[in-house]
Design a protein around this ligand. Structure first.
Ligand code: AMP
Ligand code: ZN
Length: 113
């Protein structure tokens, strides 16, 4: 997708250290970390947000969550972590290419939901 920063990272048009990569996704460090470990799991396919998934995404998201779980120890969030998807402006989304925040590497603050 033209002018999408995450598509450019996936295509190596913008350099970024890929901590994990497979045919469906990458995991990179968030440029503005909000926790000791703050990573982003990003599907290679461009979905503008969580409401714009297609049939392929049903299987793809399962693989992505599995990879997040499998890589926890290696990537430094194995002692406990929080996964967040911000959807839309009201949800705080700023980059309109679906991504899952992985926050960990510390005791995370708890706010009653
Ligand atoms: P969201 O607000 O949920 O859309 O999250 C977007 C996240 O992407 C923010 O936490 C940003 O810090 C992060 N971000 C933006 N540009 C980059 C980049 N070039 N590399 C890594 N993370 C980025
Ligand atoms: Zn994109």
């Amino acid at each position: 997708m033209k002018d999408c920063i995450f598509c450019k990272i996936i295509a190596n048009e913008i350099p970024s250290e890929k901590l994990y990569e497979d045919k469906r996704m990458i995991i990179i460090r968030d440029i503005s970390p909000k926790a000791a470990v703050h990573l982003l799991a990003i599907p290679k396919k461009h979905y503008a947000d969580f409401s714009l998934l297609d049939a392929e995404a049903k299987a793809e998201l399962g693989e992505i969550f599995f990879a997040i779980a499998q890589n926890a120890q290696r990537l430094g969030y194995g002692d406990g972590y929080r996964l967040i998807i911000n959807k839309g402006l009201n949800g705080g989304q700023t980059v309109f290419h679906l991504h899952i925040h992985i926050l960990g590497g510390q005791v995370l603050p708890f706010e009653k939901l």
